[in-house]
Ligand binder design. Structure first.
Ligand code: S3P
Length: 435
């Protein structure tokens, strides 16, 4: 099992581009598959989660070519062109792959078994099984359909009017994708806590699908024309940039530029929380790529003060809460994270694992049922910590190691490549001391 040793950093400086956005990469592959014609997608994230989606789409009979290291060509087969896979599809550790595919194959009516790693097979699936059953699909799984593997048999679905029981873009997207195949309108009401990431809706609209976002409602219906193929450059992932943003904020003398990052407002929760903490963050060169706002994020070291992250900011930054916990250990005062019970059903129970591992480094952090409370600033002390196989925890702990005294050893770091292949290399290029 691999491990990474981190020394305290002096300063981080430079301009880097983190890999392509994970959420947008998944959607480009899935939607490219049902477009009519070839989609050309540059800068797709080649991380484990997105490689799982590419493998599954091939399993559904779609050709995906890789003419060079950067470009993916998805040879779309149209809305009704997916083929029944002869084997279970392996979603590896990717919840997005399993949940979005469940909606897509239910709509398309191709009987499919979706399975994954031990980690994914512990994650809740009733949240997608239940609405898809209401639309007329049969969804079977362990424990009455609550846990993977899932067997999905759909086709001839009907539209529903559905209020999301959790603020989840994966659930919303599964229903919207299934809704592409229903003769009636499908309406999804966002959770009252906040509007979840809307990349599916934006991309489908860019492809000509009749998807409407009306306040907190999304309306999906069967397109009357074939979906147009995509031609896009995937922006850099805000959720990956987040680790380098916090690393730069916490390390004296730092100034880091992160090129072409997704600035979709449903993804900028951490940016806003760090700004409220006194962080020096600015956006340069703001522009749009395929309906998505993008810009360079410039971050300089700054003293931080504690804050409260709750409500919609948590929805807009749910994946960034482990690294926010690290920032909070260095902020003056109390940081409270609440309304974040969803953290308990991510790759790990991120409330439990973040608290357990940061405490080993000397952080004053306490778990709450729906979040955590951190008192700062604390002088962290290097020691051996464990990622629990969770990519975001592994990277958060490496950033903690950059500000800890002495040497920090982070164990079980292969998982970093699930979302951010090359993370260590970029950190070293900015001046981090990793071994
Ligand atoms: C994602 C949605 C979020 C997020 C995950 C990616 C997506 O999950 O945590 O990393 O691409 O739709 P939920 O939909 O479960 O909130």
């Amino acid at each position: 099992m691999s491990q990474i040793t981190v020394q305290r950093a002096e300063s981080l400086r430079g301009r880097v581009r983190v890999p392509g956005d994970k959420s947008i990469s998944h959607r480009a592959v899935l939607l490219g598959a049902i477009a009519q014609g070839d989609s050309c997608i540059r800068g797709v994230l080649r991380g484990g989660d997105c490689l799982a989606t590419i493998g599954c789409i091939r399993g559904l009979g779609v050709t995906v070519d890789e003419p060079d290291g950067d470009t993916l060509v998805v040879r779309g087969r149209g809305l009704d062109g997916l083929q029944e896979p002869s084997n279970p599809l392996d979603c590896r550790s990717s919840g997005t792959t399993m949940r979005l595919l469940a909606g897509l194959v239910a709509g398309a009516g191709v009987m499919t078994v979706l399975s994954g790693s031990g980690q994914l097979n512990r994650r809740p699936m009733a949240r997608v099984a239940e609405p898809l059953r209401r639309m007329g699909a049969t969804v079977l799984g362990r424990q009455g359909g609550r846990l993977p593997p899932l067997a999905v048999q759909g086709g001839r679905l009907h539209g529903i009017d559905y209020a999301l029981p959790v603020a989840s873009a994966q659930v919303k997207s599964a229903i919207v994708l299934a809704g592409l195949y229903t003769p009636e309108l499908t309406v999804v009401h966002e959770h009252p806590q906040g509007i979840s990431r809307d990349h599916t809706e934006r991309m489908l609209r860019a492809m000509g699908a009749p998807i409407h976002s009306l306040g907190a409602r999304v309306l999906s219906e069967r397109p009357t024309h074939p979906l147009q193929p995509l031609d896009l450059e995937i922006p850099a992932d805000m959720s990956s940039a987040a680790f380098l943003m916090v690393a730069a904020l916490l390390t004296p003398g730092s100034r880091v530029e992160l090129a072409a990052v997704t600035l979709n407002p449903t993804r900028t929760g951490l940016y806003d929380v760090l700004t409220a903490m006194g962080g020096q963050l600015t956006v340069e060169n703001a522009h749009e790529v395929a309906g998505e706002p993008v810009g360079d994020v410039v971050v300089a070291h700054a003293p931080l003060r504690g804050t409260t992250a709750a409500g919609e900011a948590v929805v807009r930054g749910i994946d960034e809460l482990p690294i926010l916990a690290v920032a909070a250990t260095q902020a003056h005062g109390t940081t409270v994270v609440r309304d974040a019970a969803e953290l308990r059903v991510k790759e790990t129970d991120r409330i439990a694992t973040v608290v357990e591992e940061l405490r080993k480094l000397g952080a004053q952090i306490e778990a709450r049922p729906d979040g955590f409370i951190v008192e700062g600033p604390t002088a962290l002390r290097g020691c051996t910590v464990d990622s629990h196989g969770d990519h975001r925890l592994a990277m958060a702990l490496i950033v903690a190691g950059l500000v800890a005294d002495g040497e920090t050893v982070v164990r079980d770091t292969d998982c970093i490549s699930d979302s951010f292949p090359g993370f260590e290399r970029l950190l070293v290029r900015l001046g981090g001391k990793l071994g």
